[in-house]
Design a protein around this ligand. Sequence first.
Ligand code: PEP
Ligand code: MG
Length: 607
Amino acid sequence: MTETKTPIMLKGLGVSRGIAIGRAYLVDRSRAEIVSQCFIHLADVDLEIERFHQALEVSMQQLLEIQESVQDKELQSHLHILDTHKMILQDRLLIEETENRIRNEKLNSEWALKQTLDKLKKIFDMIQDEYLRERKSDIEYVGERILRNLIGKKQHSVTEMSEEGIIVAHDLSPADTAQMNKQMVMAFITDIGGKTSHTAIMAKALGIPAVVGLENITRFSATGDTLIVDGTSGLVIVNPTQDSYLHFLERQERYRSTERVVLHHYSRFPGETRDGYRVRIEANVERVDELPTLNHYGAEGIGLYRTEFLYLGRRQLPSEEEQYQTYKNAVEACGDNPVVIRTLDIGGDKFLTHLDLAEEMNPAMGLRAIRFSLKEPEIFRTQLRAILRAGALGTVKILIPMISGVEEVLRIKDIIKKTEDELRREGREFKENMEMGIMIEIPSAMSIADLLAQEVDFFSIGTNDLIQYSLAIDRVNEQVAYLYQPLHPAVLRFINQTVEAAHSKGISVALCGEMAGEPLYIPILLGFQLDELSMNPVSIPRVKKIIRSLSMKECFNMLAQIMKMRHPQEIHQLVLEEMQKTFPEDFLNDYLNDNDKTRGVSDSGSV
Ligand code: PEP
Ligand code: MG
């Protein structure tokens, strides 16, 4: 703890509960692209070239150190990419072209390098060969590293973390979180991001606190600063006073002990209300290392297996065999319980560096999820084969993301049928007529839910995207995060209509967006009579606790009132007050109240 530095308090979006107290570890992921053009004197040319070479050397040294510091065998196998980066650093074209620009055009190194990089990237854009084209992102990465070293900006990578700390970053990409050593990470705090950003989802999966959308945290904290992170209220304190340090230490202890009690007590019971309404509580899974924790938290199967994480942070696409083995592990971890495997949902904030997709103006509405799979039939077919084969081992269901209309569903059914025929011809074991469901997360799918329900076996409502698309709020943009309102009457009506449409056609409905794991929303979701709720495993015991203390009568009453209300804020207040009566410990006054949130800096000595 530092007492000499001025405490700084920032308020962001608390996206994963809990309190962390520890040292900051700054991973600056903002791009070093803002370099400006300067002209140098003839006499300084040699010095400038020397400066460029020094930056190359420092960059090489950093790459060697990263390679040496990684002990973990599994991680090492992903790090051969660093060999490519070392080769790029020695690339003659890169070096000579930059030197020539410095010498002939009298440009500063940063600008000369940037020009060379832009030229190289253009050349790579024109290459037909997919494998070679992949190298473009490596060039960007290496270029950024050299630029940072020229500018003199110290950079850390998540893989370099050697002692426990709190990751402070502008943003964290799925590749960052895939590479980090999770034993070392106490919390995440980032400048940007929203409630359902990848960072938020990953923090919950790891059971660590996270605050996103802090806007300036990378400016206000440095590696080694003492930090307090309250993932419930969204408060972050940099270099706290001794009083606040002690205060939060005590709150942390209290929080941990209640969590332990809740976990121990509720994980083993089903999600059943006092008056006997049973809702299945399942887990959302991203990483294979989450599988052994499912029983511990009391998951009744996997309601959403986000398979895109199998494809991220690596050079090659996963083979059918590798996918089959992964899905097999999931089936084994779930025993008799079902595993809902969602086909690749790439795009939006999850992208594959090695596929080098064209840059899109609006990726969330672009070539994402099923649109991508339909455009890349080989990738889709490989995944379907692995899923269908894993179906022979237990209860596996297939889930298709981002469906917007009936035509897509018919096309997919046709592809699945052809894939089954193929497996049958080959004499492979697989699950015939596997249950197939669709994600309901686009408003068009909600409004034709009755038509879609006739074509599929189940629905799974993805509120993360549903809110984004129905309210036109980018789910990862902190500037509009205050408008990301799960309790918006439009969102609630959409969910209601979907459940009604599904039930009237006799199919079941799950909800697997972040809303499902949020205790405050549970009475509303019960009121809608959802059949399943799927959430990050860590949230399961608390959600079960809430469900088991409520009755459907109470939920229906509350729902009847809120469906007449006009403002999300009003709805929030009503639900909060009701929940505070029953669960005073679980719902404090600032609970999830994003609209009251004040962001910004204070040097208040009272924190
Ligand atoms: C959703 O959109 O609510 C969802 C569960 O899927 P993802 O967050 O992976 O888009
Ligand atoms: Mg989604």
